[in-house]
Write a protein that binds this ligand. Structure first.
Ligand code: PBG
Ligand code: ZN
Length: 327
């Protein structure tokens, strides 16, 4: 009798490593998100209730966190800002001394080699919490938002951001940002666009962290419907046509099919964003002792690489580096 002996190649650790189809998670693959708060209180390090182990940080505390993580092998961060004041023009998003701009300057000075990505969006800076300009009737206007987004990207790049990552999902934002960067002598600043970004309940904890929940309505008129996959390719090709250098798929785990499809259809770098809700679910089960947290984290990251992710934005980055779980 002859049959397939799959176990033949699984006998030892060495054999399994030899036959492993997915490259191990590298430290260079991981991007750590940070929430930096504009505050006088430089001791601020406020744990986010729905994201145990994640904090709102003052500039000084941000620097402390990054210093420790860099010692552990951190390569890259993505920054989100929480301004003191919000308004209906998101003016702190593109203020020369906005909190993200300050954070970029401070981090670049101390860690010149750190790869700093900045999230480009308006929701954290708008009094109403939407990612674009809102009418009195509650409609999010597309084209008037583009100018603010472009100004935000330019001001972040001028502060020293190595790459801008627009997450707003307005149509035409990549073109608007590319044009504005080029016009301001920033033609070498790359754009990694959140091309396939779904209207997801998994963003809940992030909105606590960034204080950016929309005051009315939801984001379904600009973020994608979770049931759609062909549409993801249209979004991806639109962003590439407009000049995106790299793409983000978000959320990550529940959208592994989208990651694979995007990976198979483009030749640019594809980043998976393991979002706040994905973090919260794993962390909660870990804290309860319901799962082996370290193994679940690494399995979730390996799954994203297997699905085609070149890099991963994950709130577990600091932890994975600290525990030496990445190569
Ligand atoms: C801002 C933005 C969001 C996330 C990244 N950038 C929130 C949103 O769109 O509501 C979500 C990240 C996460 O949940 O970890 N537009
Ligand atoms: Zn937004």
């Amino acid at each position: 009798m002859t049959f397939y002996r799959g176990r033949r190649l699984r006998q030892t650790e060495e054999m399994r490593a030899f036959f492993c189809e997915t490259a191990p998670v590298l430290r260079e693959n991981l991007i750590m998100p940070y929430f930096v708060v504009e505050t006088e209180d430089q001791s601020l390090e406020k744990e986010i209730a729905s994201m145990p182990g994640q904090y709102q940080l003052s500039l000084s505390k941000l620097e402390e966190h990054v210093a420790k993580a860099v010692d552990n092998g951190l390569h890259s961060v993505i920054l989100f800002g929480i301004p003191k004041a919000k308004d209906e023009q998101a003016s702190q998003a593109y203020a020369e001394n906005g909190i993200v701009q300050q954070a970029v300057r401070q981090l670049k000075k101390r860690f010149p080699k750190l790869f700093i990505i900045t999230d480009v969006c308006l929701c954290e800076y708008m009094s109403h919490g939407h990612c674009g300009v809102l009418t009195k009737q509650g409609t999010v206007l597309n084209d008037p938002s583009l100018e603010y987004l472009a100004k935000t990207a330019v001001s972040q790049a001028q502060a020293g951001s190595d790459m801008v990552a627009p997450s707003d999902m307005m149509d035409g934002r990549v073109a608007a940002i590319r044009e504005a960067l080029d016009a301001n002598g920033l033609s070498m600043t790359p754009i990694m666009s959140y091309a396939a970004k779904y209207a997801s309940a998994y963003y809940g904890p992030f909105r606590d962290a960034a204080e950016s929940a929309p005051a009315c309505g939801d984001r379904k008129t600009y973020q994608m419907d979770p049931g759609n996959s062909r549409e993801a390719l249209r979004e991806v090709f639109a962003d590439l046509d407009e000049g995106a250098d790299a793409l983000i798929v978000k959320p990550a785990g529940p959208y592994g099919d989208i990651l694979r499809m995007v990976r198979d259809n483009v030749d640019v770098h594809v980043c998976a964003y393991q979002v706040s809700g994905e973090y919260a679910l794993i962390r909660a089960a870990g804290l309860n002792g319901w799962v082996d947290e370290q193994r679940v984290i690494m399995e979730s990251l390996t799954g994203l690489k297997r699905a085609g992710a070149d890099s991963i934005i994950t709130y577990f980055t600091e932890y994975v580096l600290e525990k030496g779980l990445a190569r």
